[in-house]
Design a protein around this ligand. Structure first.
Ligand code: FAD
Ligand code: THG
Length: 815
């Protein structure tokens, strides 16, 4: 069978790597076009100094980087290697950074990157130019190193050409040809080059091209300074073997370094963000060989040089030379952008990719195009991960600028952006502020993390001798002991949780049931009023989402999902005959979770329907009234308590809150926040998609087999599950031994002294008075086994616990 005809726009590191990956999978009809010459095209790759530090908080990005080092290490180029594993060294000059390097060491362990923490003298031994007195220590990673990006481009391009690909220089793509919702080719000055698939790998120019197809790529081309020192005596004829010096990061001052012969290259992120205006760039650089290079701005670099002299006295009286402001892409969250245009079939993007991740991104993209799904979980990079609000020019610019400023900063996992806050608020926002809510941000929403109004409650529990363990300086950021009180109170009395930001869709029409049956693993052909928990799988059986589906009418369902990528997936699977309508109703509705042993006593007096356990069963839905307010109630509880999610359209929100709040006074109701919510759901054994499990995992491994009905007629992913091997790793609950042991997520877990896996979600269980977490662990691990979790350099002992940790009999919920 003839393979599809592919055009790749851009012969930078991404385009070249993609051509190699696709031809290696047997697709030979591939044309790579570049507006510049080959292989120094003038794009970002042409001048990238090529430092590859693999360790990243993201497992996916780390895996992309590891694949890149392995692949580039095996490439051959007549001029020399495409990758030199000189090692990486990150140094700390502040106690905060030193602590953070411990955290980074943890990520390296979790994701399988070799590395070691070194004291100052060990750092100086590896990097003799360092002033050892200025540093507290460093993190050394022997497999990191220097990519020669242009060599890597050429070597991969030659491999692709050897398998039939064409690389055409001086061919600017002027437009995308399409017909009937499909790409048909690309427009150049010479005419249309036909294609079934077009991949936009045009680097920071890509957003402009994509815009022509109606697609917004949230990236900002940003200038970043790079310069070289003069010849350094210490490298030219000194005792230091320049060729073996590791790549170096001095993140406390936004600096990085590599060797060029007997000179040092210095990169700097400390200057103000310099977004590039694309409307003038093209005209300004049209005739340039390096349109991605802007003139050096000396004044911006002055602090970089000053700080470099402090750290590396060997710079002596040398001066910055050959400086330039090079352009590359920044995104709102720092991740790349990958995927296929939903409204223009065959138009793919692989954008905002560093050299570091390039081969990994290219491999995943090739798998996605050719096999239908990447073998690595790529949700963090998904083209459709962005909420509507995140596609505005204002949002893209502000958040990408913040991403530039923070690129080397120490970022706490609960540190949320400060710019553009307050964009999405629930109807209860004013009430929440009145109660002293501390807000986290998620998807543009303001979400109470805890309420200062509950401080008194915390004090009361404290006085009653309930333990409130002290937290260390790091984990006590963006946290309050009040959250412990809120969680306890939920289990003992009743609490109101704002569930408005939980994304929900209405799926309706004659084809609605059939569509949902195909998209999910559980049987949904049940009576009106049923609520069902189900998984959404991809073709490989990987978990794309977990959802609740409420049948509100024979042809109308309300689906509680995880975010914008679900909308994308559902939309792509809508039948062509128009028999299903999909609507995101999140913004027009609101939701309060009323949960706790007192929940029924609180709500029943407001409702003329019978809310008893027998009449309104667990996992059922009811459309009714609370007082005068029309509501949909679902007897579902992510926190594992008696109670309901109560939905209303947004205009009733204030009245609904006030009604429940007033009725709740007799039952000692409180408002409770996200931190309590999260720890309650962990102790109850409920997973959070994107953190605990992703498309990398099948249901059995994630402990979610109970939501799969293999007897049901065909659904997406079923065949893959039938053929699946037993999982090698399983998601387990662990409970820490010490009441003061707390972790935050992504920490490595050791089993019998050997690396066994990593933590996903973590929290403090107020119910059992211990830190708890989920961790991916070898399937051989059994309940009762002891494990050790490394947190900021300390080993914390934990035990694998039977699930759920709290209320395995479901007696709290089913009553
Ligand atoms: P590019 O290399 O820009 O390739 C895109 C290609 O598309 C270009 O060749 C361009 O000519 C072509 N093109 C664009 N529009 C069209 C069109 N309409 N028609 C035809 N062709 C078109 N990354 C690291 O990992 N490590 C580092 O140390 C590092 N340091 C950096 C230092 C500086 C100063 C800069 C600027 C960047 C650095 N980067 C680094 C980032 C890295 O260089 C880029 O992220 C990466 O090279 C992007 O590769 P790409 O293939 O996506 O884009
Ligand atoms: N509420 C609603 N929709 C949601 C969530 C929610 N969709 C996304 C996400 N959260 C889905 N996650 C879960 C996880 C567990 C449960 C509900 C939603 C749950 N599970 C029970 C259990 O595992 O025992 C019941 C399972 C069953 O009976 O099949 O409650 O919070 N609306």
């Amino acid at each position: 069978m003839a393979h599809p005809k592919v055009v790749i726009i851009g012969a930078g590191i991404v385009g070249a790597s993609l051509a190699d990956e696709m031809t290696a999978r047997g697709w030979a009809d591939i044309t790579v076009l570049d507006r510049g010459p080959l292989f120094t095209t003038g794009g970002s790759t042409s001048h990238a100094p090529g430092l590859v530090f693999q360790t990243n908080p993201s497992k996916t990005m780390t895996e992309f980087a590891r694949y890149t080092t392995e692949k580039f290490g095996a490439l051959s180029h007549p001029a020399g290697p495409a990758f030199d594993a000189v090692g990486g060294l990150e140094v700390a000059t502040t106690p905060q950074r030193w602590r953070d390097l411990h955290r980074k060491f943890g990520w390296a362990q979790s994701w399988g990157i070799e590395g070691r923490l070194l004291d100052a003298s060990e750092c100086a031994a590896r990097y003799p130019l360092l002033d050892a007195d200025r540093i507290l220590g460093g993190f050394h990673t022997p497999a990191d190193g220097l990519a020669n990006a242009v060599r890597a481009v050429e070597a991969q391009a030659r491999a692709a050409i050897g398998r039939g690909a064409r690389f055409l220089p001086n061919q600017e793509v002027l437009g995308i040809a399409e017909s009937g919702g499909r790409v048909t080719g690309v427009q150049t000055a010479d005419g249309v080059i036909a294609a079934d698939i077009v991949v936009c790998a045009a680097g920071f120019w890509g957003a402009e091209l994509a815009k022509q197809t109606g697609l917004i790529l949230p990236l900002v081309p940003m200038a970043h300074q790079y310069a070289k020192s003069g010849s350094l005596a210490a490298l030219a004829d000194g005792p230091v073997d320049a060729a073996r010096l590791p790549i170096l990061r001095h993140q406390d001052q936004d600096l990085y370094y590599r060797v060029h012969g007997d000179r040092l290259g210095i990169g700097y992120y400390g200057h103000q963000p310099m977004p590039v205006d694309m409307s003038t760039l093209s005209a300004a650089t049209a005739g340039e060989a390096m349109p991605s290079m802007l003139p050096f701005t000396d004044a911006d670099f002055a602090p970089a040089w000053r700080e470099s002299m402090e750290l590396l006295p060997a710079l002596g009286d040398s001066k910055p030379e050959e400086g330039f402001n090079g352009i590359f892409s920044f995104t709102p969250d720092g991740f790349s952008i990958m995927g296929e245009h939903r409204d223009l079939a065959g138009f793919w993007v692989a954008e905002a990719v560093w050299v570091t991740h390039s081969a990994g991104v290219a491999k995943a993209t090739a798998e996605w195009i050719i096999d239908g799904a990447p073998s690595t979980d790529v949700h963090e990079c998904d083209l459709y991960r962005f909420e509507d609000v995140a596609r505005s020019g204002e949002f893209i610019m502000q958040t990408s600028s913040q991403a530039f400023v923070e690129v080397y900063d120490i970022i706490h996992p609960h540190q949320y952006r400060t710019a553009l806050r307050g964009l999405r608020t629930s109807p209860f926002y004013a009430r929440q502020k009145d109660m002293g809510a501390f807000f986290f941000e998620g998807g543009g929403w303001e979400r109470p993390a805890w309420y200062e109004a509950n401080a008194e409650l915390a004090q009361r529990l404290c006085d009653d001798g309930i333990p409130f363990p002290e937290r260390d300086d790091w984990s006590s950021n963006f946290w309050s002991p009040i959250s412990i009180a809120e969680a306890r109170w939920t289990r003992e009395r009743v609490a109101m949780f704002d569930m408005t930001p939980l994304t929900r869709y209405e799926v309706s029409g004659p084809g609605a049931l059939e569509l949902l049956q195909r998209l999910t693993t559980n049987n949904l052909d049940k009576s009106v009023g049923s609520v069902t928990y189900a998984l959404v799988l991809d073709e490989t059986g990987g978990i794309r989402s977990d959802v609740t589906v409420a049948r509100l009418d024979p042809q109308r369902f309300q689906v509680g999902v995880n975010g914008p990528m679900d909308f994308d997936w559902f939309t792509r699977h809508l039948p062509a005959d128009g028999s299903v309508t999909l609507r995101d109703i999140t913004g027009g509705t609101c939701c309060i979770g009323v949960w706790g042993p007192n929940a029924r006593d609180l709500v029943q007096p407001l409702c003329s329907d019978d809310l008893s356990h027998q009449s309104f069963k667990y996992f059922r839905a009811l459309q009714t009234y609370l007082g005068a307010i029309p509501v949909t109630m679902m007897r579902v509880s992510y926190v594992g308590e008696l109670g309901w999610e109560i939905y209303a359209t947004a205009e009733y929100g204030n009245a609904l809150w006030d009604l429940l709040w007033a009725a709740g006074q007799a039952h000692e109701v409180i408002a409770a926040g996200r931190i309590a919510f999260n720890s309650l759901r962990i102790e109850k054994g409920y997973r959070s998609w994107g953190t605990d499990m992703t498309a990398e995992h099948q249901p059995a491994a994630a402990g979610l087999d109970f939501a799969v009905r293999m007897a049901k007629p065909d659904f997406i992913g079923k065949t893959a599950l039938e053929q699946a091997d037993p999982p090698a790793k399983i998601l387990r609950s662990i409970v820490f031994e010490s009441p003061t042991a707390v972790v935050l997520g992504k920490e490595p877990v050791y089993v019998y002294g050997l690396l066994g896996g990593y933590v996903t979600s973590a929290g403090y269980s107020a119910t059992i008075g211990r830190g708890i977490a989920y961790a991916w662990l070898p399937a051989s691990v059994v309940v009762g086994d002891a494990v050790e979790v490394e947190y900021l350099g300390r080993r914390l002992i934990a035990t694998v616990h039977a699930e759920p940790v709290v209320d395995p009999e479901m007696s709290r919920i089913r009553r």
